[in-house]
Design a binder for this molecule. Structure first.
Ligand SMILES: C[S@@+](CC[C@H](N)C(=O)[O-])C[C@H]1O[C@@H](n2cnc3c(N)ncnc32)[C@H](O)[C@@H]1O
Length: 227
């Protein structure tokens, strides 16, 4: 048995009925813009032939790469994997229930994308080594993490020891830093959310605002397997 965090256990034990709740929280204008921003960055670095969305969650990311790559999707949550398989009946083997602590290792990847998760992984050092193990040499791992983790020296030491070199990183996703916002920022975030929901906020404008806001909610790390 591998040791996993409480956060991971909560997802592992999810019931099928909970998928629709998770999907509903993502079905709004602001989330659509955030997804576009994630995809924009991923698109700059994604390489094939094998692309793995790890973890897939409800399937925000992987469908956007199926026209170009052999797409794989892994997650600790069995019902998310079943859900993806039900949507991809010809590729069920590409979707596997597994975790960072013990990943499916029968296929080597050229790109692995890990969004909105890594900060909550218990044993990050082991997870990094495992990601390196299922990546081809010169493969790329894109992960987004809060600035506080990016500013932690141990994160960089572990990444290096696992065989990665940071090729690039982007501070972005101001809207997700809501816990740190002052009243004015929080009010502005509400306005942004409203405009996004009304589809009155074009992506280019959202991107400019996100760029100009000094506070960053996430750092997208582009790590290349170099060892
Ligand atoms: C907030 S969701 C993000 C899903 C997806 N990456 C996205 O950006 O939409 C977090 C995901 O991490 C998965 N997860 C949590 N702990 C994990 C672990 N130890 N190994 C693999 N997946 C894990 C959960 O099942 C869930 O699907």
């Amino acid at each position: 048995m591998v040791d996993i965090s409480e956060y991971s256990q909560m997802f592992r034990d999810k019931k099928f009925e909970e998928i629709s709740i998770a999907e509903r929280t993502l079905a709004n204008g602001l989330e659509a813009l955030r997804l576009q921003r994630d995809l924009d960055i991923i698109n700059k670095y994604a390489q094939g032939p094998n692309f793995c969305d790890f973890p897939i969650g409800t399937g925000r990311i992987y469908p956007n790469f199926q026209d170009r790559f052999n797409v794989f999707g892994y997650d600790i949550c069995g019902v998310y994997v079943d859900y993806a398989r039900s949507k991809q009946p010809d590729f069920v083997e590409n979707f596997q229930e597994c975790c960072f602590e013990d990943p499916y290792d029968k296929v080597k990847m050229d790109t692995i994308v890990s969004l909105r998760v890594f900060n909550n992984i218990g044993d990050k050092k082991t997870a990094m080594k495992n990601i390196a193990r299922i990546l081809n040499n010169n493969g790329v791992w894109l992960l987004n993490i809060p600035p506080v983790l990016f500013n932690d020296a141990t994160f960089h030491t572990n990444l290096k020891q696992a065989g990665f070199t940071i090729e690039d990183y982007y501070g972005y996703d101001w809207v997700s830093s809501w816990k740190q916002m002052n009243k004015l920022e929080a009010r502005f975030r509400q306005v942004i959310t409203k405009f996004a929901d009304l589809k009155l906020l074009p992506y280019f404008l959202y991107k400019i605002i996100d760029h100009l806001m000094p506070r960053k909610g996430l750092i997208m790390v582009v790590a290349r397997k170099t060892l």
